[in-house]
Design a protein. Structure first.
Length: 410
């Protein structure tokens, strides 16, 4: 299927505006990284604890931040989600310099939230943040006192049903009224009264906790950089073997250009780089390289057929011949990625943002960066070949004999 037939766009004639745009974006990204003192790494790389908390109403960010800052040393970040599906959720991050403090820091974060928004002096258990083991232990004796005869197996089944109901959307871990639990299988008045006596409902629920040690984060960062470099080197060797070394160099420079600009955009928009972003960057390396190879392969085929064409004209024809394939592949991929970016939620947001930027940049770099590099090199070689005979001829041309100086006659 071809979207475009017999197109004759002068792509390489329009290369300079795109090259200038690339230089501006690269300079802006690198400048942003330098001004901000480096990239903004996620917990995956710098180490620390990351806690996702859902609130029953609009979360008070400043109150959370100030309460945590008083109890926890080091940098504390509190960010809310703007995504519709994650309404009233915040991400609390703390940076740790010592791995032995990870569990203590996690416990401190939970204690601060309970002290600020819960009922720490009531002696009751927070139902919204209780584990199955803790809740079962808490209910066992009170159920017996309230004449609710249940075996340990029945209590465990009841607790499992209660927590499953609590964690199922749209509640997603947050019960705002005990009457909501009336729909749980096996619920009766005795169980409900026991729950009200022994538990309370905090206005928040800890949805997820991630912890990474600083040493592990540093190792992950180094391995991520090495993985990207190894991928580039491997592709350089492959393309140099399949085509010529200049084609491999052009493709690798174009892919490196895509990666640098995408990472620079993360710095400009103040977004964190985590392991999912590295996965996206490696995906883009392969995607952009594949697009470049398709164009280079058509150029190689046309070199055997259109020998009288100039290289620039031949490259333009090759790009036009692969235009339908480029638009269909990049366009369909972009639609999928933009859907992830808009509706994928906060977890996939960094991954989809990298792919959105990378697909746009990678598509035009195959045409306006990789191909011009090959063209510039061949023009340089041809110029040297034309000037070399002239220089050689000038060097071998016989020089007229010099006149010997004559003495003046007095």
């Amino acid at each position: 299927m071809q979207l475009f037939k017999d197109t004759n766009f002068d792509f390489l004639g329009k290369k300079w505006p795109f090259i200038i745009i690339s230089l501006v974006l690269t300079a802006a990204g690198l400048g942003s990284i330098v001004m901000k003192g480096g990239l903004k790494y996620g917990i995956d790389f710098k180490g620390g604890a990351l806690m996702t908390v859902k609130f029953a109403s609009n979360p008070p960010l400043e109150q959370i931040r100030s309460a945590l800052s008083r109890k926890i040393k080091g940098e504390v970040t509190v960010q809310n989600f703007t995504d519709v599906t994650s309404r009233n959720e915040v991400v609390i991050g703390t940076e740790l310099q010592e791995e032995r403090l990870l569990n203590a820091n996690r416990r401190a974060m939970q204690d601060v939230l309970e002290a600020t928004f819960g009922q720490p002096g009531s002696g009751k258990l927070d139902f919204n943040n209780a584990s199955s083991l803790t809740l079962a232990d808490r209910l066992r004796e009170p159920l017996a006192r309230n004449n609710v005869a249940m075996s340990d197996q029945q209590i465990q089944k009841l607790v499992a049903d209660l927590l499953e109901f609590r964690n199922t959307p749209p509640r997603s871990g947050l019960i705002t009224d005990f009457t909501q639990l009336s729909n749980v299988a096996g619920m009766n008045a005795g169980i409900m009264n026991t729950l009200r006596q022994e538990c309370y409902l905090a206005p928040f629920s800890i949805r997820q906790v991630e912890m990474v040690g600083p040493k592990v984060g540093a190792e992950l960062k180094n391995k991520a950089v090495l993985a990207t470099l190894y991928a580039l080197v491997g592709m350089l060797v492959y393309i140099a073997f399949r085509f010529e070394w200049i084609y491999g160099l052009g493709a690798v420079i174009a892919v490196f250009h895509d990666t640098v600009i995408t990472v620079g955009l993360f710095s400009i928009f103040d977004k964190e780089i985590n392991l999912t972003v590295i996965a996206a960057l490696l995906t883009l390396v392969g995607y952009s390289m594949n697009d470049t190879i398709v164009i280079f392969d058509r150029i190689r085929e046309n070199l055997k057929i259109l020998r009288r064409e100039t290289l620039e004209s031949l490259m333009n024809k090759s790009i036009n011949q692969t235009l339908s394939r480029t638009v269909m592949t990049s366009g369909l991929t972009f639609l999928t990625v933009i859907a992830l970016f808009i509706w994928g939620g906060p977890v996939l947001h960094p991954f989809s943002f990298a792919l959105v930027c990378g697909i746009i940049i990678g598509t035009y770099s195959s045409v306006f960066i990789a191909s011009p590099i090959v063209l510039f090199w061949h023009d340089f070689i041809d110029k040297r070949k034309r000037t070399a005979p002239a220089i050689a001829a000038a060097a071998t041309k016989p020089q007229p004999p010099r006149k010997s100086p004559t003495k003046a006659v007095k």
